[in-house]
Design a protein around this ligand. Structure first.
Ligand code: GDP
Ligand code: MG
Length: 441
């Protein structure tokens, strides 16, 4: 996927403006990319339509080239659909808070019960795990092991507890929790290998008996294209308030996340990333978007570039670049600082339009050069900065003393500035940084 997108985006990179043809071509590739990440087809269609609309409406950004703009729109849309910010658990006003887990067999419900219990216990809660999976012979035992590892209590069917009847077990567990001062009850339920009416009915009966504060739908991230039908079936059969995505430690790219969220409108609340109880975290839409797109580094750079390249600043600079007139030492310094704020310069090569030709020069610049240049320019009077031609003998000495450098270095800077000014007259467009110092040491 990454390779595919990278090649599309690099083919766009050379162009100045995003045409309809560009957008269509890019969207075709994004479509394939999302399908490869196992996003369900109807979801892909909606998503791509959204992106197209936004890309067409988007003004051409000064800070980003068209390729970067598309990446950013795709990423923004993904984060938006995945839910913006993380939603927290809703606790009951009158404890216990009842959490019910639902999902297919093998989705990771029982494991999640242990993880949630430990996580909540560490936050000062006193959870009770309830074994309502009476389908599989060792399911109760498995939950008891989880409870022991998480150091919490378990409520299992015993004579008098509603043996053989999961609804009865669930009902009695609430009374038990109240008596024993548990403020949270986590109900583990049975799953089936496939969607099944009997299973749905049982889950719905448990739900009706205990009135959970949250029903969490647990879904395996590896489920891929089936995520939509499974989520829809549980939505219709039981209903749920939030989603937990499991097995994100696997190599699945997590397209299921996008599908489930899009189809059900329910937030993804937690992510499970392994078999150990610690392998668990709140869900982060931005990380998930990066995973689905598989291009996290590029996104980071785009964010940096955009934050730094204030549009007004860029527009102003573009005007001066185009004419070459009125370009002062202050502008020269401002340009360099802009580059500095973007972080390690080398990472940004190729990220900025027109920057490619500066590659060799920039490769030899480091931040210490910039510090010295900034010091020299700041030691000049406003008049000197605006009209550097007046910087002669005694002024050079004063500036050198003021900035702690030699007169030769001041001379070099002034010469380099005039070169930059000349070069800029020749350049009619682009945001390159002409005359950047290089190879001085
Ligand atoms: P349930 O049938 O829904 O209760 O699923 P289980 O909790 O029994 O989990 C089924 C299998 O998946 C078990 O072998 C778990 O150890 C494993 N499992 C659960 N969650 C994760 C996870 O996040 N990552 C990995 N790698 N395995 C998991
Ligand atoms: Mg289970």
């Amino acid at each position: 996927l990454s390779d595919r997108l990278t090649s599309v985006f690099s083919s766009l990179r050379a162009k100045g403006r995003l045409s309809d043809a560009d957008i269509d071509a890019t969207c075709r590739e994004i479509r394939i990319a999302l399908l490869e990440a196992d996003v369900a087809l109807p979801v892909v269609k909606d998503f791509v339509a959204h992106v197209k609309e936004r890309a067409r409406g988007a003004e051409v950004s000064q800070a980003l080239n068209p390729a970067q703009q598309v990446v950013k729109i795709v990423n923004d849309e993904l984060i938006g659909i995945l839910g913006g910010e993380t939603r927290r658990l809703r606790y009951a006003k009158n404890p216990p808070t009842v959490l019910m887990l639902a999902g297919l067999q093998g989705a990771g419900k029982t494991t999640l019960a242990g993880k949630l219990a430990q996580w909540l216990r560490e936050q000062g809660h006193v959870p009770l795990l309830v074994a309502c999976d009476l389908q599989r012979p060792n399911a109760v035992q498995q939950l008891a092991v989880m409870a022991e590892r998480a150091q919490v209590a378990v409520f299992a069917p015993e004579p008098g507890n509603g043996v053989g009847d999961p609804v009865e077990v669930a009902r009695r567990s609430i009374e038990h929790a109240k008596r024993q001062q548990h403020d949270i009850v986590i109900i583990d339920t049975a799953g089936r290998l496939g969607i099944d009416q009997e299973l749905m009915r049982q889950a719905a009966d448990i739900r009706d008996a205990v009135q959970p504060d949250e029903v969490l739908f647990v879904v395996d991230a590896m489920i891929g294209q089936d995520a939509v039908t499974t989520a829809q079936a549980f939505m219709d059969g039981v209903g749920f308030d939030g989603v937990v995505l499991t097995k994100l430690d696997g190599d699945a790219r997590g397209g299921a996340a996008l599908s489930v969220r899009h189809i059900t409108g329910r937030p993804i609340m937690f992510a499970s990333t392994g078999e150990k109880l610690e392998d668990f975290d709140a869900f982060h839409p931005d990380r998930m978007a990066g995973r689905i797109l598989d291009m996290g580094d590029i996104l980071t750079l785009i964010e940096q570039a955009q934050r730094t390249f204030d549009e007004a600043e860029a527009a102003k600079m573009a005007g001066k670049l185009a004419s070459g007139d009125g370009f002062t030492l202050d502008d020269f310094l401002e340009q360099m600082m802009m580059v500095r704020r973007m972080g390690p310069i080398k990472n940004l090569l190729g990220m900025m339009p027109g920057m490619g030709q500066m590659r060799d020069q920039l490769n030899q610049v480091d931040d210490r050069d910039l510090d010295r240049i900034a010091a020299i320019i700041r030691s000049m009077t406003p008049g000197e900065r605006t009209d550097p031609k007046i910087i002669k003998g005694s002024r050079r000495e004063r500036i050198a003393r003021g900035s702690g450098v030699t007169v030769t270095e001041v001379n070099n800077l002034v010469i380099r500035f005039f070169e930059a000014q000349k070069m800029m007259k020749r350049m009619s467009q682009g945001m390159g940084i002409p005359g950047m110092p290089g190879g001085r040491r």
